[in-house]
Design a protein around this ligand. Structure first.
Ligand SMILES: *Cc1c(COP(=O)(O)O)cnc(C)c1O
Length: 455
């Protein structure tokens, strides 16, 4: 007779697909019962301290009473309603709050450029698709309304000439096809779909680190590429300051200042993907706030938008971009997910933003950052470690060799923490509410792995 835990595990392996996994799945997953705060309770009775925030999302920890209450209150009214022809208070107030919350909007002098037009969708990848569609259709509409600026040459073909995206290597933007086309070509596995993935323009990733002095050399390739090919490029898309799943690297805010100038010079839109970095993770409310005054034309948010409560995302743009749609041949933006602006997701997102506003964010993330720097320090002496880096609530130990997850995952769990390394990267981005002793548990395990005390 197998135990209920064994049964769940067995049925899971037989029938349920997991992220980036084989089917049937030879790597058993750990069945969980519940979670609260930074604790993940396994069905077998063990409790793990969470070092992952469920992939950047669950910033307030699990089972937060305020978020739960907001969800329950909304469920009693309605959990979903179609968004075509109908609207509701949770969506309207969330859109308004997002626009008012973006620090970059507060310094923006030009009403046309304020990011205050919000398109809600159900996942980060979809919000990226919408952003890319917006950028393509923007240039298409400009050409076809004759409103094109001098740098946009009108074409006779029906394809807009500005139809490519420029991005940097090492990025991650999601797993749908258009999003995949701007992920790193190597670890984004472009070779698997070579003939169907739209071909985009890649430049080297920034080399100058977050706190290193700026050197113009870091943006030279982008600058030259734009000079040569600006009439093909609709937009630049990248993750500001932190490249997440594509390598966990942090780069200079000055890069964003220069990129904004170059995009303006060549009539290229700028898209920031803050799906991982948004809502406080880097110590500022948004990563782009490390480069004050720099505003993208289009912004993608997701993950922590709903505090990790529900799958939810948004693409936010300005009147400047939105207006062109009204004047274009279609007159509209041709996108509309079934679960667009789901009221339940909007309600918990409003609650999450309220909770976020109640934090002293610089102090909260500052203390996580300080602890990560101090406690990951011993990793630097390990002969197995390539690099150790910390920014805000993100701690990364880059190993010289890939971590063998078939062995390591259960060893990590045996230590009573939840970490999910990938490739050479051993990293944590804990819930913001994590206590000092909980974080110490996580960093201790990271140091043990990095120094091969656990192997
Ligand atoms: C996770 C992520 C996405 C994709 O979001 P999903 O909700 O998984 O579709 C896109 N961009 C970045 C930067 C991300 O971290």
């Amino acid at each position: 007779m197998s135990s209920p835990i064994d049964l769940i595990q067995k049925l899971d392996q037989e029938h349920v697909w997991h992220p980036y996994a084989a089917m049937p799945n030879s790597d058993p997953c750990f069945p969980i019962k519940s979670a609260s705060g930074c604790d993940i309770h396994l069905m077998d009775g063990r409790t793990l301290t969470d070092g992952m925030s469920s992939w950047w999302a669950c910033i307030h920890g699990y089972n937060h009473p305020i978020m739960n209450q907001a969800a329950k209150d909304q469920i009693d009214k309605m959990s979903h309603m179609m968004f075509g022809g109908l609207t509701h208070e949770p969506a309207v107030s969330l859109a308004k709050t997002l626009a008012d919350t973006l620090p970059a909007n507060q310094t923006c002098q030009n009403e046309n450029e304020r990011l205050d037009k919000v398109f809600f969708s159900d996942s980060g990848s979809v919000s990226v698709e919408v952003a890319m569609k917006m950028a393509l259709q923007y240039h298409y509409n400009l050409i076809h309304t004759g409103a094109s600026s001098s740098t946009t040459t009108t074409t006779t073909s029906s394809r807009p000439r500005k139809s490519k995206f420029l991005t940097i290597r090492g990025g991650y933007h999601g797993d749908t096809f258009e999003a995949m086309s701007v992920c790193d070509p190597v670890n984004g596995m472009h070779h698997l779909f070579q003939s169907i993935i739209p071909e985009q323009i890649f430049c080297s990733r920034p080399e100058i680190k977050f706190d290193e002095p700026w050197d113009e050399i870091d943006i030279q390739e982008v600058s030259r590429t734009m000079e040569d090919r600006h009439d093909e490029i609709a937009a630049v898309i990248l993750e500001p300051i932190v490249q997440g799943a594509g390598g966990m690297r942090f780069y200079s805010p000055q890069y964003l200042h220069r990129l904004r100038e170059l995009c303006d010079e060549y009539n290229i839109l700028l898209i920031f993907d803050e799906i991982a970095t948004g809502f406080g993770r880097t110590g500022k409310l948004f990563a782009m706030d490390h480069a004050p005054g720099v505003l993208p034309d289009i912004l993608c948010v997701g993950k922590a938008l709903s505090g990790g409560f529900l799958s939810f995302a948004a693409t936010i743009t300005s009147l400047k971009i939105a207006n062109v749609f009204s004047q274009g041949p279609a007159g509209v933006l041709m996108h509309g997910p079934t679960f667009m602006a789901n009221p339940l997701a909007c309600a918990v997102s409003n609650a999450s933003l309220d909770i976020l506003k109640s934090y002293d964010l610089p102090k909260m993330i500052g203390s996580i950052e300080k602890q990560l720097i101090e406690e990951l320090e011993p990793c630097k002496e390990s002969p197995f470690v390539q690099d150790v880096r910390v920014l805000g609530g993100i701690g990364v130990v880059e190993m010289k060799e890939p971590i063998d997850m078939k062995v390591m995952q259960s060893k990590i769990v045996e230590e009573g923490v939840w970490l999910r390394p990938f490739g050479k990267l051993l990293y944590t981005m804990p819930p913001f509410i994590i206590q000092k002793h909980e974080l110490r548990k996580i960093t201790k395990v990271m140091v043990s792995i990095a120094t091969r005390r656990i192997r």
